[in-house]
Design a protein around this ligand. Sequence first.
Ligand code: PEP
Ligand code: MG
Length: 324
Amino acid sequence: QKAEWAKLVHEKTVTSDGYHVELAANIGTPDDVKGVLENGAEGIGLYRTEFLYMGRSELPTEEEQFEAYKTVLERMEGKPVVVRTLDIGGDKELPYLDLPKEMNPFLGFRAIRLCLEMQDMFRTQLRALLRASVYGNLKIMFPMIATLDEFRQAKAILLEEKEKLQREGVPVADDIEVGMMVEIPAAAVLADQFAKEVDFFSIGTNDLIQYTMAADRMNERVSYLYQPYNPAILRLISNVIDAAHKEGKWAGMCGEMAGDAIAIPILLGLGLDEFSMSATSILRARSQMKKLSKEEAASFKETVLSMSTAEEVVAFVKQKFHIE
Ligand code: PEP
Ligand code: MG
């Protein structure tokens, strides 16, 4: 099987009925790009930049960040690279920021909430990204967006920094797509409104599932509630994809679910455009995708969305798509 997969490294991901989907990889550091290329990913769908900030005693400088982003963009040779701005807080702490302990860190001061308040830190990252943008195909996305106002503020700050750089005579790409992660149920429900203003969505199921089911993604005791195939989750995902397409935008997914063998036929049927997963899952996913018919998968959309339990969904998909 491994040998069969290895032959797919340089292939595009095309379904049996000729539909192209983008298989991208998630990375945490520039060193991860090696694995991305070896496994034939068509792009990077999530660069988690928080690792630049972790395991050290002070904030990374603009220069350090610029070098990291430039390296990734150059090594990807024009393939799309979606960089997520700092998503700190929750399970990821930064000791040197000295933030007060919170009762509910996952519901607290984190990610874009923190960046919109600690703007110096946010602007430094955005400047580094904008400067690096001329070295490849950069797309920027904001994490944990709950309201349109947050997205608008973040985008306005990005545009301010872009204009500043241009006034300073620093070259910046002028076609950078700006999108958001959909990982808060409010954003998934209101996706039709967001879709008018974003360039793309990337669905973060790791958090979307925990917030929708009110079940901590790290807590074993409630892991039975962490249900990717719960129809409630599938309806939210479907709503996000449909909303994007109505506005001519694309929708991807960068949560663990995107690389899951049972989820793949469902997501293909719901019309997901980009699947971003760990690099080591790419070839298995490509091999699976090539055997699937998009049209057939789409014909099951309404059936799956009208089911009542995760078990029902799983049993149905396993049977229809011959998954063990
Ligand atoms: C997610 O929430 O699905 C996601 C991709 O982000 P992270 O796992 O970094 O929270
Ligand atoms: Mg997340």
